[in-house]
Write a protein that binds this ligand. Structure first.
Ligand code: ME8
Length: 638
């Protein structure tokens, strides 16, 4: 160990019944940003993420696909793991609950709790939701349906093992009260306390009879039962650290933080601390709870089929833009809507205009006036002193807010500084100083700007590592994550060494230009005259009614739109269509269309297209073909 302070953050371990979507990508990205932030403060930080592979839900999903649960787990787990480098997640440990070491640890933990007398055998009846992998009481149902999935539930009554969770309700209430930072934002702490206050906390059913479910960790004290998936999954947070004796457990667990969305507050705020208490293990340091990414006001989720593929967004717009957007757009704790328009607006306004233009202007001036070398500053006057003070306060606020997971506010503070730098350029007018031959003042102004941009680049590293490194390289510097200390940037203005060679120009964040006239249309439209077709030929076409969920400009072709179209399948189709001249993305979201659904998938300007929209064109323009009444997505057109 390096003698550095440790930092440990986990994401939920994700279910393997469906592929990752933007919601999962968000949590993993945020975990990486937090871990990098702590690394940038000189700490040794670790991310643990992984997959939750046991339980009814996985067994049923595998059954549907006619493969074994292990086969399903292997393939989907690999997708979750494979996504991480694309999200820029580094220094992570990936845990799978089907791993032998993890299973042995679950049994060891269960035995400790059992030996303590906190597990008993009893009978239970309740409404079971496989989607949530938990029982609901009648009171908790919404109109007789699962409150999360709005689906009818089966009443199951069976003999099982129970964890005496109720025994720890009083202790937990007091622990949360005495540790005001344990669960944040505050509203989720209040919600956790309300769960404890809502009546007697029930004991937790922690087994499933093998006669009903085989796919789980066998109970060490009864071979006829497997362990309830949540009891197994939560333990991944410490099995990844080799609890109980591992050095990593000793180093990281005392500073352990979890990151989750609000859907799984109860298992993390109630089940997990009581399990730890029973086994005599220290409680985690903090639970950070975020809201949902929504699509058209509904939670983005695999069961609703309204998911956004993070890889598609990253391949269209770039990794750093994606990371900046999700951190800036979602106020941590609240829900946020995902739209491509909002992402493009952030790219053009915040990244391209405010930061990218400033950086390229400053480099161009440093090239023109000082031969692309950092000049030595002269005397600082009032505007420079004010700007230095602002650097201190905005960076202080940025770091304080970031540490508290208030990423949107933190970035807003950093942008307050960036906007002040833009004003400083206009106010000090280096081109006038140059004309009037005020060399010393000109050097001071350029030095102020270059040094400020160095500070911005370093502080942005946790969020936009690629752009941060590029900016620093263009400032003649390198970035060594092992030796970063962004806290010293708050106080010390003037760490940039005069004489360094600078890049002559920069184009960090090109605007997404929506109107380039010379773009070639790549529409899938046929010729005006076509040869005769038999009925059998026609029958080969699979035409379906679909609903457009999202529409955005193709990043590389102005005449193309990239759409997500719901065809009633488990995932929306990605379709590239040459209709941009005739429709703005905003006006077609929610519209019904007719899709040729059985064309082979192809890439159109690097974006995958899994179908084709039918359109009609005459001399007045083009329009979409649609059913005359709204029809269920996926309905056959014949
Ligand atoms: O709950 N918005 O796994 P899971 C934001 N295996 N975040 C979202 C989201 C959305 N629309 N959808 C999913 C499980 N997430 C259990 C966890 S932990 C010991 C066991 C993210 O695959 C968010 O982090 O259903 C949420 O808590 C998690 O994915 C749920 O993933």
């Amino acid at each position: 160990m390096s003698g550095k302070a440790s930092f440990y953050i986990t994401t939920p371990i994700y279910y393997v019944n469906a592929k990752p979507h933007l919601g999962h990508a968000y949590t993993s990205t945020v975990a990486d940003c937090i871990a990098r932030f702590h690394r940038a403060l000189g700490e040794d930080s670790l991310v643990v993420t992984g997959t939750d592979e046991h339980g009814d839900k996985i067994a049923q999903a595998a059954d549907k696909q006619k493969i074994s649960p292990q086969e399903l787990a292997d393939s989907v787990s690999a997708e979750f793991k494979g996504l991480l480098p694309f999200l820029g997640v580094e220094n992570f440990r990936f845990i799978r609950t089907t791993n032998q070491k993890h299973k042995a640890l679950v049994q060891q933990f269960l035995q400790i709790v059992y030996d303590k007398g906190d597990i008993y055998f009893g009978e239970y009846g309740g409404y079971y939701c496989t989607g949530c992998e938990r029982f609901y009481t009648e009171k908790e149902l919404e109109n007789g349906l699962c409150p999360q999935h709005l689906a009818p539930l089966d009443f199951i009554s069976e003999k099982n093992y129970f964890f005496r969770m109720s025994k720890y309700a009083g202790w937990l209430r007091q622990y949360i009260t005495e540790h005001p930072d344990l669960i944040q934002p505050e509203r989720y702490r209040t919600e956790a306390l309300a769960l404890l206050d809502s009546g007697e906390l029930e004991d937790l059913c922690i087994s499933r009879p093998k006669s009903r479910l085989q796919w789980g960790v066998e109970l060490p004290f009864d071979h006829n039962f497997v362990c309830y998936v949540w009891f197994d999954a939560l333990l991944s947070y410490i099995s990844a650290l080799d609890w109980p004796e591992g050095d990593d457990f000793k180093n990281y667990w005392p500073v352990g933080q979890h990151l989750i969305a609000k859907d799984i507050l109860k298992p993390h705020a109630v089940f997990w601390p009581t399990m730890l208490k029973s086994a005599g293990v220290e409680i985690y340091r903090r639970l950070n709870v975020h809201g949902y990414w929504l699509m058209r006001d509904a939670k983005m989720s695999k069961s609703l089929g309204n998911v956004v593929d993070p890889l598609q967004i990253i391949s269209c717009y770039g990794l750093d833009v994606f990371r900046y957007f999700v951190l800036r757009e979602m106020h941590f704790g609240n829900d946020a809507s995902f739209t491509v328009e909002a992402l493009i607006t952030r790219q053009n306004a915040d990244l391209s205009n405010d930061l990218g233009n400033l950086f390229s202007r400053v480099l161009a001036m440093a090239d023109k006036y000082f031969g692309a070398v950092v000049p030595a500053p002269g005397v600082y006057e009032q505007p420079e002193i004010e700007l230095q003070t602002l650097a201190g306060t905005t960076l202080q606020n940025f770091q304080t807010l970031f540490a508290a997971c208030r990423f949107a506010n933190a970035l807003e503070c950093l942008w307050e500084f960036i906007r002040a730098l833009n004003k400083y350029v206009d106010f000090s007018a280096p081109w006038v100083l140059f004309k009037e031959n005020k060399q010393e003042k000109l050097a001071t102004v350029l030095y102020m700007l270059l040094e400020s941009l160095r500070k911005v680049a370093l502080n942005l590293w946790p969020v936009m590592p690629g752009s941060s490194v590029k900016m620093l390289e263009q400032l003649g510097l390198g970035l060594d994550p092992a030796n970063l200390d962004i806290s010293r940037e708050i106080e010390n203005f003037g760490l940039l060494t005069p004489g360094l060679a600078l890049a002559k120009h920069s184009n960090l964040f090109p605007r997404f230009d929506l109107k380039k006239p010379d773009e070639q249309a790549e529409a899938d439209r046929g010729a005006d005259t076509v040869p005769a077709c038999t009925f059998a030929d026609f029958q080969k076409l699979d035409l379906r009614a679909g609903t457009i969920l999202t529409a955005e400009q193709h990043p590389d072709a102005d005449k193309l739109l990239c759409l997500q179209v719901d065809l009633g399948e488990t995932k929306p189709r990605s379709i590239v269509s040459g209709i941009s001249e005739f429709y703005a993305p905003r006006e077609i979201i929610g519209r019904q269309v007719v899709v040729v659904a059985n064309l082979p998938t192809r890439k159109i300007r690097k974006v995958e297209s899994q179908g084709m929209l039918l359109t009609v064109q005459d001399e007045t323009g083009l329009c979409l073909v649609a059913p005359s009444d709204v029809k269920k997505p996926g309905s056959r057109v014949s």
